[in-house]
Design a protein around this ligand. Structure first.
Ligand SMILES: Nc1ncnc2c1ncn2[C@@H]1O[C@H](COP(=O)(O)OP(=O)(O)OP(=O)(O)O)[C@@H](O)[C@H]1O
Ligand SMILES: [Mg+2]
Length: 247
C-alpha cells in the first residue's frame, strides 16, 4: 500500500489579477519521485514555492501527512524541516564556512547538538565527495560543488520530502552531471522528491511519474515511458518537440 505524503487539491495562485496556478491537483506518495515539466512561465516554481509556504495561495488545500497546511497558524519554519527545498541559486550564506552553513538549520531550528549533527554532516559530505572542503567558504567552491552542499544542507535536516527547483540550470554543463548523480542516488534510496528540471534525460531516468504543466494547469500525468514516447496532449507534443530538434 502506498502512503500518501503530500496532497495538493485545486491549488490556485494569482499575482494581482494574473492567474498563475489555476487549480492544481497532485498526490505524492512516500518514496515517489515526481518530475514536473513544462514551458517557462507555466507556474512550476510558483507551485513548489507554494508547497513550501513561500507563496500564499488563494484557493485549494495542501495536506502533508493528512494535516492541512492552510490557515494562519501553520508554523512554516517547522513544516520546512520536513519539506526541504533546494533552489537554483544555492542560497548558502557567503560569510559562513561550508560546515557552518550545514550545521545552522539542524542546530538552530531543530535544537540538535553540534556533535550529533557533525557526524551526519561529515558522512553526507563524504558521500558527495566534498568532505575536504568543509572549512572552505562558498566563494571558494564551483557552482556544482555549491549545489551539492545545498543538497547536503537540506538532507541534514532529515526531511521527509525534498523539492528541487531547476538545481542545475545555473551550472556549466560539465558540473550538471555531478549534481544529477547525487539526486539519482537519493532516488535509489527511496527519498521522496518533487523535481522541476529542464534536463529531459535526467527526468526520464529519475521519475516515477511525469507531471506536465502548461499555463498554470496540469495537462498530463504519465509514466516517463508513456510521456516521452507517446505524449497525449498537443501541448506536451509541442513542448517535447523543442528538445528533439535541439538534442
Ligand atoms: N512574485 C511574482 N510577482 C508577479 N508575478 C510573478 C511572480 N512570480 C512569478 N510570477 C509570474 O508567474 C508566472 C509563473 O512563474 P514561475 O516562476 O512559476 O514559472 P516557471 O514555470 O517556474 O518558469 P521557468 O521554467 O522559467 O522557471 C510567470 O508569468 C511569472 O512572471
Ligand atoms: Mg521556475
Amino acid at each position: 500500500m502506498s502512503e500518501l505524503l503530500l496532497e495538493l487539491k485545486d491549488i490556485k495562485k494569482s499575482f494581482k489579477n494574473h492567474h498563475v496556478l489555476k487549480g492544481i491537483n497532485l498526490n505524492v506518495n512516500k518514496g515517489e519521485v515526481i518530475v514536473i515539466l513544462g514551458p517557462s512561465g507555466c507556474g512550476k516554481s510558483t507551485l513548489l514555492r507554494s508547497i513550501n509556504g513561500l507563496e500564499e495561495i488563494q484557493g485549494g488545500e495542501i495536506n502533508f501527512k493528512g494535516k492541512s497546511l492552510g490557515g494562519k497558524d501553520v508554523n512554516w519554519q517547522e513544516v520546512r524541516q520536513s519539506i526541504g527545498m533546494v533552489f537554483q541559486s544555492y542560497e548558502l550564506f557567503p560569510h559562513m564556512k561550508i560546515i557552518d552553513n550545514i550545521l545552522l538549520g539542524p542546530m538552530k531550528a531543530q535544537k540538535r547538538s553540534k556533535e550529533e549533527v557533525m557526524v551526519q554532516a561529515d558522512a553526507l559530505l563524504k558521500r558527495v565527495n566534498l568532505y575536504e572542503r568543509k572549512n572552505s567558504y562558498p566563494r571558494e567552491l564551483s557552482g556544482g560543488q555549491k549545489q551539492r552542499i545545498a543538497i547536503v544542507r537540506s538532507l541534514c535536516m532529515n526531511p521527509e520530502i525534498i523539492l528541487f527547483d531547476e538545481v542545475t540550470a545555473a551550472l556549466d554543463p560539465e558540473m550538471v552531471k555531478e549534481v544529477l548523480e547525487v539526486i539519482l542516488g537519493l532516488a535509489k534510496e527511496g527519498m521522496t522528491m518533487v523535481i522541476v528540471t529542464h534536463e529531459m534525460g535526467f527526468a526520464k531516468a529519475v521519475a516515477d511519474k511525469i507531471v506536465f504543466m502548461d499555463n498554470g494547469e496540469v495537462c498530463e500525468v504519465a509514466s516517463p515511458d508513456e510521456f516521452f514516447n507517446n505524449p497525449k496532449s498537443e501541448r506536451a507534443k509541442k513542448f517535447l518537440s523543442q528538445f528533439l530538434t535541439v538534442g
